[in-house]
Every structure is written in C-alpha cells, then in structure tokens.
Design a protein around this ligand. Structure first.
Ligand SMILES: [Zn+2]
Length: 111
C-alpha cells in the first residue's frame, strides 16, 4: 500500500511505501510524525501521520485485469466455472481498496 501527502512547498504529491495496515502500525514504525524529503523540490518536511493518505497501489488494477484474462484463458482450456475467474480478481481489487479506506478512516489520537 502506498501512503501519500502533498508537499507544503511545491504542492506535489509524494509517496511513502509502507507495510502498515493502519496508523497505529505506522506510529509504531515511525512515531507520531514522519520526516520525509520531497522528491520533487527537496523540501524536508515533518508530517503528522494522520495527514498521510493511503492509496491502493496503481498496479493492483492492472494486476487484477491481467489475472482475469489469465484465468479466463485457463477456463477456456480446462473448462472451470467461469464465475470463479472473475470473482478472484475482483475480490483482490476490492480488498486493496478496502485496506486503503480502512487506513484512512482510523486516526491516532494527537497528544
Ligand atoms: Zn516539494
């Protein structure tokens, strides 16, 4: 999952990749604030972790699409149940969306 924030100086989007599922895990990893250098203008900035926004990886849509095609091919050859081939990629896709939205819903308490 990718976490993003907008740079205060150049207003461009920066990404931080993390394995954290929620802000509590992120807090355990980085503390209340993360220090990050903007990849566009180089401004060093402290961001409170409540201000980071989770996004599902851009590749997940593509990945699920590819998986659907692959599975459809397998169905065509082997004659599996067609619904399964579409259910699995759709499930993975929505699961990624849900993970991101769950992350965004839960805030840590500010001191
Ligand atoms: Zn910047």
């Amino acid at each position: 999952m990718q976490l993003s924030y907008y740079c205060r100086s150049c207003k461009k989007k920066n990404y931080i990749s993390s394995k954290a599922n929620n802000r509590f895990e992120l807090q355990a990893q980085f503390g209340d604030e993360i220090n990050n250098r903007c990849s566009h203008c180089g401004t060093f900035e402290k961001k409170h972790i409540n201000r980071l926004i989770a996004e599902p990886s851009k590749f997940i849509g593509l990945f699920c699409f590819g998986l659907a095609i692959l599975l459809s091919g397998a169905v065509f050859i082997l004659g599996f149940i067609a619904t399964l081939t579409f259910t699995i990629p759709i499930y993975i896709y929505f699961n990624a969306q849900k993970r991101a939205s769950d992350f965004n819903k839960v805030m840590i308490s500010r001191k």
